[in-house]
Design a protein around this ligand. Structure first.
Ligand code: MLT
Length: 311
């Protein structure tokens, strides 16, 4: 057996661990601190993370044997890609595994927002029957603006279409025909902001997308728009969102991701028209089983110097 040592720092599905155990020693240090990681990484050939572990330049510096870093999931924004390149370390991910799970959560958040399901539930638990107050809205006939029309964005479109929504989409990196083929109506950024009743984000956090939804973007939106973010914290300027909720511009927001995670009980988290979930977009048994297997096989390919499937 090749004596590879593989470190897992944010947990991994059992099937993924079993696949990795066939090629090396797998150490699960779920919850390892940043300092511990710096002390221990020097022993390892591979590191597998989710979003909690920050793979900083210092980690690459200390990871003298490191050959590959794997992200069990899609977003690699917690891995310093420049440092990885400078140290000749490959970075791999599992971009297909979580598409359905994130799309389903997005629909769940949209329904929870327009029908105020969390408020109805907590009122019931407090002995209150808010039937008259809880007059929501239908998704049927509304315009859904999807920002980022890749795998997840288009999976959201498929599901929202079944609810009778009009689907418009903005994707800086996709040709209009590609959006049309996947059932979306391509629009400009400004049109998306102006026409949408509900806006949902499905794009990575990059230098270009950071604070993309700022005060100017909110000002262009319809009064009473709903916002869903199950993509990445930092794409929405949280101060601008809070101001837009307070002015009534935004009727409600559902947030699964935050600029700082966990965010604590901030003004945004405790706002009565905000629904929050703790970054559970990819958190289903099915998605985690797929992500575990996909990242394990991709890590092995990278260690063996074989072609990668996705990066
Ligand atoms: C992703 O990028 O796929 C998700 O953030 C996964 C996760 O929750 O770790």
């Amino acid at each position: 057996m090749t004596p590879w040592k593989i470190l897992i720092t944010d947990g991994l599905d059992a099937k993924g661990k079993a696949v990795l155990s066939e090629v090396g020693e797998v150490i699960d240090r779920n919850g390892i601190t940043a300092d511990e990681l710096l002390k221990e990484i020097g022993e390892y050939d591979a590191l597998i993370v989710r979003s909690r572990t920050k793979v900083t330049p210092a980690v690459f510096e200390a990871g003298v044997k490191l050959k590959v870093v794997g992200r069990a999931g899609i977003g690699v924004d917690n891995i310093d890609l420049n440092a990885a390149k400078a140290h000749g370390v490959r970075v791999v991910n599992s971009p297909l595994a979580t598409t359905i799970t994130v799309a389903e959560l997005t629909l769940g958040l949209m329904l929870a927002l327009v029908r105020e399901i969390p408020r109805a539930d907590s009122a019931m638990k407090a002995g209150k029957w808010l039937k008259k107050e809880l007059e929501g809205a239908e998704l049927y006939g509304k315009t859904l603006g999807i920002v980022g029309f890749g795998r997840i964005g288009s999976a959201v479109a498929d599901r929202a279409r079944a609810f009778g929504m009009r689907i418009i989409a903005y994707d800086r990196l996709k040709a209009a025909e590609a959006i049309t083929q996947r059932g979306g109506e391509p629009v400009s950024w400004e049109q998306l902001l102006e026409l949408s009743d509900v806006i949902t984000l499905h794009l990575p956090l990059t230098n270009e997308t950071k604070n993309m939804l700022d005060a100017n973007a909110f000002a262009r939106m319809k009064d009473g728009v709903y916002l869903v973010d199950a993509a990445r914290g930092g794409i929405v300027d949280e101060d601008a969102l809070l101001a837009a909720l307070e002015s009534g511009k935004v009727a409600g927001a559902a947030l699964d991701v935050f600029t700082t995670e966990p965010p604590g009980v901030t003004a945004l988290v405790s706002h009565p028209r905000v629904i929050c979930t703790p970054h559970i977009g990819a958190q289903t048994q099915e998605a985690q089983a797929r992500a575990g297997y996909d990242i394990a096989t991709e890590i092995i390919a990278a260690l063996k110097g074989e072609p990668l499937r996705w990066r």
